[in-house]
Design a protein around this ligand. Sequence first.
Ligand code: ATP
Length: 446
Amino acid sequence: MPQRDVMDKLVSLGKRRGFIFQSSEIYGGTGSVWDYGPLGIELKRNVKESWWSRMVHRRADVEGVDASVLMHPRVWEASGHVEGFTDPLVECRRCKLRFREDQLAAGRCGKKPSRAPGDHGACELGEARRFNLMFRTFMGPVEDEGSTVYLRPETAQGSYVNFLNVQMASRQRIPFGIAQIGKAFRNEITPGHFIFRTREFEQAEMQFFVEPGTDEEWFERWLSDRLAWHRALGVRADRLRLHEHGPDELAHYAKKAVDIQYRFPFGWSELEGIHNRTDFDLRRHAEYSGKRLLYIDSGRGQRFLPYVVETAVGVDRTVLMLLADAYREEEVGGVERVVLSLDPGMAPVKAAVFPLVKKDGLPERARAIAGELRKAALPVFYDEAGSIGRRYRRQDEAGTPWCITVDGETNRDGSVTIRDRDTLVQERVHASRVHAWMRERLEGRG
Ligand code: ATP
């Protein structure tokens, strides 16, 4: 299957099964913003919970915060975003389409190949101008320069400005980190590839504050830990690789940056960035706010500005990676099926429960099993509509790892069948053991 087609198929599967809808679709849609449906929100929550568990709950040296989207406007002057968070925008005088000049150079401008200048041979590109990617709005009733605020383009700054608050309140000692998951907004010139590049998205970022001199070692530790997380999500290892930024790519604040890339259907692209940001952010915030942001090491009688190693991953890009990696079209027993082979830990619905037929008390038994699993906080789906084959297909497309069927034998010996989505093997398990059977297989996943 051509990889480009996979993206179109994911968009249509996303809508059909309730993963992802176009925002404000009944009005014709909004440019590059998407809504998560019932299955999509579960998948996204699983991604975020897996990240939070690994980055915060399972460590003693990382604390969480949830900073606001709107911040003091000086934050963005200090961070360099007001001045420098720009992309070079070029416009074609004929077709009026706009492109990012740096992407033209890489030969991947425009959303679709047919929209790329040169394809129709007639594009007349104007001069590049710098376009600031931050969304601006106004705080309070007066819309003037003095009330300008920005929707944050990254969550990181909320962690820097709270560095001392968190350190003192939690009595952490360096090295320690601040983790955050939240919305970010960028007025991207060329959004696209479904939820890969959107104007409203979610980031999971962690800022790790270390003593200067230990930053390079921490960088390597975090890089390998983050790569291990992506692998643990169950994606194919040969579709993950590292890309180190050369001197021309490196952001002004960074001493070193390595991207974790995934081979999306449209090519290798960034999923996560690991950055050595030195003391740039704390130094700038100290300068712009006039506050001392030094860390006091009372044990050694020293004060210093910590260096920061940042890990920054896009939640939506991770969801797209999981969908693209899991999507398969296969033939089973002469019948075509679409299946999402998501890791059970990530799957939105863990099991579907079916009565084989709608009689002999089977629906009641099946409902009771579904009810027990729900009580144990496992998301399950009950379905009695249509042939068993069709019910399996619906669950295959939703990525549900197990289908539990109640049949005539259940009435005789209390056992049910559990069908594995990937191997299609059916196992008979006593109804009272189903919960434990699933827990054993979900243990330690994600
Ligand atoms: P890109 O080069 O793709 O624009 P970036 O280097 O600007 O990304 P960062 O500022 O490092 O990205 O942000 C960290 C992560 O946030 C990225 O690795 C990506 O997963 C995610 N991200 C950034 N911009 C977007 C966007 N417009 N839509 C969805 N996710 C995004």
